[in-house]
Design a protein around this ligand. Structure first.
Ligand SMILES: [Ca+2]
Ligand SMILES: [Ca+2]
Length: 332
């Protein structure tokens, strides 16, 4: 766990200024932790609302996959939740995306681990043992759905022999994150792997793509929660060592990522001694690590999932909030 002194020391070490009150060195992260702009409390004990998030077609959704077979909720105005009629089995809502305007939900434990993909009411079961749908991501190249040992992009299957935890498209290439594999990121177009920085870095646990530095070209952000870091790579890079390292203080910083234009949002779900979790951001042209939010209760795990919308609105899930009922907050 990140003790306060260690946090401050690391912050100072990486040039982000010092957060300690009473220190007369420049305070570069003075972001006040304000009341969330929106706040949706999970209603099912143990459901884990906020384990997954997705938005599109004018609606926002959160998964609560961990009780009663799972559920997906629409985040309605005035902090209200509206149930999405689904099938409620097999961790329904663990995977979640809005693709081409259609809500897509994964239930990886359905059918004794075959898994299942649900598209606006139409069910597609996986093959035996496939765990279909633990990850569901909408990318500009198409819908990516994970299965045991790989993933598929629409009808194209990539068997990479490793668990895929995230997917992103960069310059027309599909990139798959494989934090438990020998290498970190699989480039599906070239069949190339981006090597990891260290055996324990878990690089590839989260990926996202956007123009993060305002130069008109997209960059790839790679979360490495095993080393509490995020690496930002130019599209031409083939190694994490070529990237810009954003070092966090602990708490599995980099476990979840979301990119917007000029905005990188980083989840650290085990941040703080009480495992409340925290959400950070880095804006284009700045080296400052902003704190956008911290978990409200011990074990909340805020930042287990994060979402950025096109207009810069930021949402975060805290699936462990209130004993595991979960919580979603809008932080910007
Ligand atoms: Ca850029
Ligand atoms: Ca750049």
């Amino acid at each position: 766990m990140a003790t306060p002194w260690r946090h401050a020391a690391l912050v100072a070490l990486i040039g982000l200024g010092c957060r300690d009150k009473g220190d007369d060195s420049p305070v570069t992260d003075s972001t006040p932790i304000v009341t969330p702009m929106g706040r949706w409390e999970g209603v099912t004990p143990g459901g884990g609302l906020g384990a997954s998030l997705a938005s599109g077609a004018g609606a926002r959704y959160a998964g609560a996959p961990w009780a009663d077979g799972g559920a997906v909720w629409r985040l309605a105005p005035e902090d209200q939740l509206t149930a999405v009629p689904g099938l409620a089995s097999g961790a329904f809502g663990r995977g979640l995306a809005v693709h081409d305007g259609v809500l897509v939900v994964g239930a990886p434990l359905a059918e004794d681990g075959a898994g299942l993909l649900w598209r606006d009411g139409v069910e597609e079961p996986g093959a035996a043992g496939q765990l279909l749908g633990a990850l569901v991501r909408s990318t500009p190249l198409g819908l990516v759905v994970s299965s045991q040992g790989g993933a598929r992009l629409e009808a194209e299957v990539f068997d990479v022999g490793a668990r895929i935890t995230d997917a992103a498209a960069l310059d027309g290439r599909l990139l798959l994150g494989a934090p438990a594999a020998t290498d970190a990121v699989y480039d599906a177009q070239d069949g190339l792997w981006i090597p990891r920085l260290s055996p324990q870095d878990e690089a590839g646990a989260a990926l996202c793509v956007a123009d993060l530095d305002g130069d008109g070209a997209d960059e790839l952000a790679v979360g490495a929660p095993g080393m509490n870091a995020v690496v930002v790579l130019e599209a031409s890079a083939s190694s994490l060592a070529e990237g810009r390292l954003i070092q966090g203080a602990g708490g599995r910083f980099g476990q979840a990522l979301a990119c917007g234009a000029g905005l990188l949002v980083i989840g650290a779900p085990l941040d703080s001694d009480g495992l409340r979790g925290a959400v950070f951001a880095v804006e284009a042209g700045s080296e400052t690590l902003l704190t956008l939010g911290v978990g409200e209760t011990d074990g909340a795990e805020l930042g287990a999932e994060v979402l950025v919308e096109a207009d810069g609105a930021v949402f975060a899930g805290a699936p462990g909030h209130n004993g595991g009922a979960g919580l979603v907050v809008q932080l910007r």
